[in-house]
Write a protein that binds this ligand. Structure first.
Ligand code: ATP
Length: 212
């Protein structure tokens, strides 16, 4: 479960954004909706520990993210899966090596069986030795999901995961995300503008920019 309370962020430009308190429970799928510029990415960055909020707190179960100090990066790698709008991978490593890196950044021991299992479930096993530049956009997005679910995180975040995908791949990618989150009893939190995604997830958290 992830809980946000009294969250607000002020950018150096003076732009202030306030966020309603919320609890996102295990096994729940949520959409983060809001107009362009309302603060969806800001919220995801705060919830993933990438942007320290000006005020308020983020608790993942019993852990207060912003009290972790130097342990935050390893904590994130172990307990959170993140799918970004544009997948980025280490170009000089192949698919399997990129996933091995995800295990080691979380301080986990090597688990090649888990890598095989995840690649199989995402239809990427025949690409295990390929370099990421050899993958299509849809395959890269599935590899992002592989990386996000690999360490069995308790929460999976996705920021506009379907923006560059056609209808068929959008449905596939969303199905896979929902499926994997469900299998792991994780919560899934998706920020999107995509109407196609809105039909597939029913819990909605609105970001209204908290104009002030
Ligand atoms: N680094 C920054 N410095 C100053 N202002 C910023 C910064 N990042 C975002 N903002 C401002 O904060 C507000 C929220 O931005 P954010 O990217 O979170 O919105 P969003 O809802 O994700 O938008 P979109 O749907 O267009 O991606 C916007 O007004 C934006 O201009």
């Amino acid at each position: 479960m992830i809980t946000i309370s009294s969250l607000a962020h002020v950018y150096p430009t003076g732009k202030k954004i306030y966020f309603e308190d919320a609890k996102f429970l295990d096994n729940e799928n949520w959409l983060i909706l809001g107009d362009s510029g309302s603060g969806k990415s800001t919220l995801l960055n705060i919830m993933t520990g990438l942007l320290s909020p000006t005020k308020g707190q983020v608790m993942l179960n019993e852990t207060n993210l912003y009290q972790l100090g130097g342990k935050l990066d390893k904590f994130r790698a172990k307990h959170m899966g993140i799918v970004f709008q544009k997948p980025y991978f280490i170009q000089s490593l192949n698919v399997t090596e990129n996933l091995k890196l995800t295990q080691s950044l979380a301080g986990l021991s090597k688990n090649p069986e888990r890598i095989t299992e995840v690649l199989e479930s995402l239809g990427l096993i025949d690409k295990r030795d390929a370099f990421t530049k050899e993958l299509s956009v849809g395959q890269l997005q599935r590899l992002s999901i592989a990386r996000a679910v690999l360490n069995n995180p308790s929460i999976i975040f996705a920021d506009e995961p379907t923006a560059s995908l056609d209808d068929r791949n959008t449905e596939k990618v969303l199905d896979l995300l929902i499926n994997h989150a469900g299998r792991q009893n994780a919560s899934l939190i998706v920020a999107t503008h995509d109407k196609r995604v809105k039909e597939m997830i029913s819990n909605i958290y609105f970001v209204n920019g908290g104009n002030s």
